[in-house]
Design a protein around this ligand. Structure first.
Ligand SMILES: [Fe+2]
Length: 69
């Protein structure tokens, strides 16, 4: 679950970092689409974080090890 949340966050950041590329394509639809998929990825991430909070709060201390592994 931690890796899924991390992956969703990374995807969200990657999309945001590509904003200039999509803006350069010359059609605002690309930027609007990028904004929507970025928000969608953020929602995915928060959903996973909420599951972790609700179901695995006793394992928070393991998160650092999981992400470093
Ligand atoms: Fe996603």
């Amino acid at each position: 679950m931690v890796m899924i949340a991390f992956d969703e966050m990374c995807t969200c950041h990657a999309y945001a970092a590509d904003k200039d590329f999509y803006a350069g394509l010359g059609n605002d639809r690309f930027v609007r689409w990028l904004r929507e998929v970025t928000v969608d990825e953020a929602v995915h991430s928060m959903n996973v974080v909420n599951v972790i909070r609700a179901q695995y709060s006793d394992r928070f201390r393991e998160v650092g090890t999981i992400l470093d592994g």
